[in-house]
Design a binder for this molecule. Sequence first.
Ligand code: HEM
Length: 407
Amino acid sequence: RSAQALIRPQLPAELTEKSAGCPFDPAGALTELSGHGGIHRIEHKGETVWLVTGHEEARAVLAEPTMSADRINSPRARALISPELHAEMFPPERQAGSFVFMDAPEHTRYRKLLTGQFTVRRMRDLTPRIHEIVTDRLDAMIEKGPPADLVHDFALPVPSLVICELLGVDYGDREEFQTRTAKLLNLTTTVDEQIKNTTEQRLFMRSLVREKQLNPGDDLLSGLVNDTDLDTDELTGIANLLLVAGHETTANMLALGTFALLEHPEEFAKLREHPELTENAVEELLRYLSIISMGVSRHAKEDVTIGGVTIRAGETVVVSVPSVNRDAKEYADPHALLVDRPRGHHVAFGHGIHQCLGQQLARVEMTVGFTELLRRLPTLELAVPADEVPLRTDMSIYGVHALPVTW
Ligand code: HEM
């Protein structure tokens, strides 16, 4: 098994693949299944998984305090990974600070400390800087001339630069951490590769944390050093989580979002004519694209009844974000991309206590990114046929590996 398969519940490929006809639609079998209720018991390769496809059921699962997010120490992971290998893959210093895998009250403590750093002021101060970063990237891309790879020249650098500045990471180190993140998120990376990769990344981040402890600046990591009693391992875990969560997600939304707009010329035109719609369009793209395409998983700590079914203690639940975000009970014409669709409650950022910590930042990056991209390059188009765009079907965060464009 790959490292990801050890902590990620396995579902039949026909439910997790993208639709054969459209790179933005969930698999036909998943859409078909969601027409028969909001929660489904799936047996696959000896595993039982509860698959949530309904909006109401998803919110109930993600708000349920007896549902655990600790995928590393779940009964499933403990059954699949020997104690020796578990100790090697997830030593205590690697688990420290990784609050996305923690439950209350441990999670609450970290989340409060982090919320204290993700202040309105810090986000507000960052907005003009995001404008500058977006403008610089577009200037450089335009200067070089078409064709360009929008992922390489725009979608990946913008959020990488932003998260580097926020954390106080040297952007010169991007190749190193971007390569490691890509391996971390690749569904086929082996256990040995993953151990090597995460160890290297931890050492990289640990030395940065040590630097901030000696010489604090005014970045977020220094803020955590100054204002909290978090130890070096905890700070390292938090910084790694933010770095990984902070650049790949937004990068894929920018690139896949642009691809989706180019494939929906009427929506592209609407947005170009009415830039004031961009904030709304960002919410619609988050819903429509649901880049956390494999969903978010939990396991039941106690028996619990949700959506009319009883989930037994120890059982695994996967909330299919793509399916939930296209629940026909919640959205009229759910499979259409409509940039002026009235804003609803999508779960692209999750729900409940783990709801995305960086969502406001991601929204600013996307709003500024799409607004400026369409303003500066109103004649943007694909430089290759749509079916030649390389899709990230091999990654746990969906998107495109490259987006060849011209203007
Ligand atoms: C959590 C999506 C951008 C930091 C999450 C979760 C989702 C998500 C679905 C919930 C995971 C779960 O319930 O298990 C996204 C998407 C993004 C994005 C779609 C971009 C469009 C960001 C950015 C940052 C960030 C820019 C950091 C600056 C985090 C963190 C968590 C999280 C730290 C864990 C929160 C917790 O466990 O309390 N994100 N995210 N994300 N995200 Fe994001």
